[in-house]
Design a protein around this ligand. Structure first.
Ligand code: TYM
Length: 380
């Protein structure tokens, strides 16, 4: 029996990522592949170096397609909910880096339909409000407005309905039952929805690369079973681990788990400070004396882990924090303060970008080069 669960809707227990690679049938991103990526982009990304992006499907083929000039495109997405949290930034910021390094088109699916169907507590108006807010958060991250298309499923459906139907015709009820655990009480909209999450991987007749956390992989398994039969490539994917909640390094930061478990992108400075000081699980010792003598444990320390994943990209600086914490020179309160300062600086800049994102949102949804092309195009 597995002592952890990973599905697109639930992550619980201490996830064993090596087991997950086997269970899902993906491949580990090994040293050789990392080397190939570095060579292709002439650079590094700390999330790859530190194995936060740890698993993939066909990433080697993406690099080949890039090398031979065939090219590829990027696709990622978001199921809109009330507040985006900092964990959601992980795949998005990595996607931004890939877009910049490879200069490729990017499609971002906003699944208002999924949220409406799967979360009965939301009415349609609320879903739309959340979707518009989430789009502003995403646009604020600074994707290339001419090469990025952000679309809400309910709006873009008129352009893709025939392709959606073709896709849906290839997916049986027993497939979604076994892949997602649906049963007879699952509403028929939910049974249909997976077809729409597959469709953007067909937006170009090139290989698609999907950056996401590993929870979304079940969709790509379905895509890979049907893509070639429809005349498209099997999609590639690059998977990250889960950004941990404040309370400890197992499980995932989640919008539905309660606001005291996550830092939301809308949290103000005081809220950030209070949440970290009150809730962030510490690998420090019970007293200052003991900590100075025995040192802390960065491996289970949430502030250290968050710095490592997002807020301290410099390897030397992170190494120093690790050493000082291990040796007891750096106290838990000091480490928390370091995180609070960086987080608040990041969120302040993010808020400013969000306030100024109007023009870019317009471009990425409707008037930029790629968006314009997409609205003129229909898919069959
Ligand atoms: P959603 O809105 O649940 O999550 C959006 C993206 O964030 C990732 N994610 C996390 N990554 C790291 N740490 C976490 N704690 C964490 N929580 C969520 C998710 O893996 C996802 O990449 N059905 C999708 C929307 C979607 C999509 C896609 C996502 C449509 N097409 C293509 C990825 C790629 C959803 O509800 O994601």
């Amino acid at each position: 029996m597995a002592d952890f669960t990973v599905t697109p809707w639930e992550v619980s227990g201490a996830v064993d990522y090596s087991k997950l690679i086997k269970q899902f049938g993906t491949s580990r991103i090994d040293a050789q592949l990392k080397e190939c990526i570095s060579r292709a982009v002439k650079g590094h990304h700390h999330m790859l170096n530190r194995d936060f992006f740890f698993s993939h499907r066909d990433l080697d083929l993406i690099l080949k397609d890039h090398e031979t000039g065939k090219g590829f495109f990027l696709y990622t997405g978001r199921g809109p909910s009330k507040g985006m949290h900092i964990g959601h930034l992980v795949p998005l910021l990595f996607t931004k880096w890939l877009q910049k390094k490879f200069g490729v088109n990017l499609y971002i699916e906003i699944t208002d339909d999924e949220k409406f169907l799967f979360r009965r507590e939301y009415d349609w108006k609320e879903v739309q409000k959340n979707a518009d807010d989430n789009i502003a958060e995403i646009a604020a991250l600074g994707f290339d407005p001419e090469r990025t298309f952000i679309f809400k499923d309910s709006e873009y459906v008129k352009n893709v309905y025939p392709l959606l139907l073709k896709t849906a015709r290839k997916i049986t009820g027993s497939t979604v039952k076994s892949v997602f655990g649906f049963d007879d009480s699952t509403n028929i909209g939910m049974n249909f929805y997976p077809a729409y999450q597959v469709v953007p991987s067909f937006f170009e007749k090139k290989r698609c690369l999907i950056p996401c956390a590993i929870d979304q992989d079940p969709y790509w398994r379905i895509q890979r079973d049907i893509a070639e039969g429809l005349g498209y490539y099997k999609t590639a994917a690059v998977h990250c681990k889960f950004f941990p909640p404040l309370q400890g390094i197992s499980g995932k930061m989640s919008s539905s788990a309660g606001s005291e478990t996550a830092i939301l992108l809308t949290d103000d400075e005081k809220t950030v400070k209070n949440k970290i000081n009150k809730y962030a699980f510490s690998g420090g010792r019970a007293s200052v004396e003991e900590h100075r003598k025995l040192g802390g444990d960065p491996a289970i320390d949430v502030p250290y882990q968050w710095l490592s994943i997002l807020f301290e990209p410099d390897d030397d600086a992170l190494k120093k924090i690790h050493e000082d914490y291990r040796s007891g020179k750096l106290l838990s309160g000091e480490l928390k303060l370091m995180l609070i300062e960086r987080l608040n600086l990041f969120l302040k800049e993010h808020r400013e970008c969000k306030a100024k994102a109007g023009k870019d949102i317009q471009k990425m949804m409707y008037s930029g080069k790629l968006a314009k092309e997409m609205w003129e195009r229909t898919y069959e």
